[in-house]
Design a protein around this ligand. Structure first.
Ligand code: FAD
Length: 403
């Protein structure tokens, strides 16, 4: 396949559909996401009606069956309309972890859960983090005990996206949702004793608590406690003892989409700031005429262009892996590099862009400030910046240098 940045006519048509949705539903209402701390449910429902929650699921299960690059084109249009990134988070978590749940889930699970996820009737989240374990996943304490054809799950997950939306049936998604949840089935085997399960947050034995997050406030962040939650064995995702490895694969997907989110939110916010400094005057001329500002803008725009291209390389790597042409390790390294670079490029760009906007930059309704808070969250979510560095370094230096 030749290296080619061109997109097909079908991809352009899909982009145009999402752009229309984005301009009509997102652009006029983004500030409301923050103020009300929620995405208006009708927006999520419209997105489901357009099939946008089913992008990567096979058509056999009512999805669109598209590849990760085409999915990236969809995400790009969502982010351009919502630089505050709540809807981007909603979409990318569902798309990444829903795909992994589909890939490793049983046929019964696909029929029962994935079909609903692809139709946009059910949302899929991810729950690895706990009050005592984030980067260091081996320290989680959640357990799953097998009883006949069920598992009984106990534990607490913390700083989890979408807990409110997943726990309510009918408000955002007809069936609410659930989280791909990491637990120990055999603690003595350390990471080889971990298993993944789909835990519906609508289960009465799950209780949630909300956090007051700093940015991207439209999609909730919180914790949930599971007390003797019983789920059928068909809700196990992958084999017992493979949970850690399947989780790493899910991270690759999420990190590639996050890299794209940060690059696009950064570029869109830079455009907004550039429009402002063309109008705003100081010392008798528009601020955009000062070369000190122009040089910063040129540097940031170039970094974000590079971040954008690297994000698509990561999505391309996922596609290559799906076609059996690239190894998992290579995909992991590229996805980690893409996230590492894009988060830093976007943070640096938006920090300067906020300053160019003066005091107005430091107000809550300023879209550049909203984008800055959103990209900042990716210093942590789906693996911290330090962990991205560890992954890239490990792939280059070898495992003997980094555990
Ligand atoms: C907005 C937001 C949304 C999130 N959504 C979800 C979600 O949906 N599901 C979910 O499971 N989790 C979610 N998280 C949690 C996220 O995955 C964790 O914050 C992340 O993995 C880091 O874990 P921690 O916060 O416990 O930090 P810690 O692991 O306690 O780390 C604290 C700091 O130490 C650094 N550090 C740790 N180990 C090393 C090391 N070996 N070398 C160098 N530095 C190190 C880290 O980089 C970090 O900066 C979310 C977080 C945020 C902020």
């Amino acid at each position: 396949m030749p290296l080619d940045f061109e997109i097909t006519k079908e991809q352009e048509e899909l982009k145009a559909t999402v752009r229309e949705f984005s301009e009509k539903y997102l652009v006029p209402r983004v500030a409301e996401f923050e103020e009300k701390r929620m995405i208006p449910p009708e927006i999520v429902k419209e997105m489901a009606r357009l099939g946008l929650f089913g992008v990567v699921f096979p058509d056999k299960y009512d999805g669109l069956g598209l590849d990760p690059i085409t999915a990236g084109l969809v995400l790009e249009e969502i982010v351009r309309g919502d630089v505050e990134c709540s809807l981007a988070v909603t979409w990318l978590v569902h798309t990444s972890w829903g795909y992994v749940a589909y890939k490793y889930g049983s046929e019964e699970f696909r029929e029962e859960v994935i079909r609903k996820a692809a139709r946009g009737d059910l949302w899929v989240g991810i729950a690895t983090t706990e009050p005592g374990a984030g980067s260091d996943l081996v320290s989680i304490t959640t357990t799953a005990r097998r009883e006949g054809r069920e598992y009984v799950i106990n534990g607490e997950k913390a700083y989890i996206s979408g807990v409110r939306e997943a726990s309510e049936k009918g408000t955002w998604f007809k069936e609410g949702g659930g989280h791909v949840t990491l637990a120990y089935t055999d603690r003595s085997k350390v990471h080889r004793g971990m298993t993944l399960f789909f835990v519906p947050l609508t289960d009465p034995r799950v209780s949630i608590r909300l956090e007051k997050e700093l940015g991207r406030k439209g999609w909730s962040l919180g914790s949930f406690v599971m007390k003797d939650v019983r789920i059928p064995e068909t809700y196990r995702i992958g084999e017992e003892g493979r949970g850690f490895y399947v989780t790493m694969e899910g991270f690759d997907h999420a990190r590639a989409y996050i890299a794209l989110t940060c690059a696009v939110a950064g570029k869109r916010a830079l455009e907004i700031a550039a429009d402002y400094i063309k109008q705003r005057r100081a010392f008798g001329q528009p601020i955009a005429r000062f070369q000190g500002v122009q040089f910063q803008l040129a540097d940031h725009w170039s970094s974000l262009e590079a971040a954008h291209a690297l994000a698509y390389k990561a999505l391309w790597a996922l596609k290559m892996e799906q076609e059996g042409k690239m190894s998992r390790f290579e995909v992991t390294r590229i996805a980690a590099s893409a996230k590492l670079f894009a988060v830093r490029a976007a943070k640096a760009a938006l920090d300067d862009a906020l300053r160019w906007m003066g005091a107005f930059g430091y107000t809550e309704e300023n879209p550049v400030a909203l984008a800055w808070k959103a990209v900042k969250s990716y210093d942590l979510a789906e693996g911290s910046t330090d962990i991205m560095r560890l992954i890239v370094a490990r792939e280059y230096l070898g495992k003997e240098y980094i555990k």
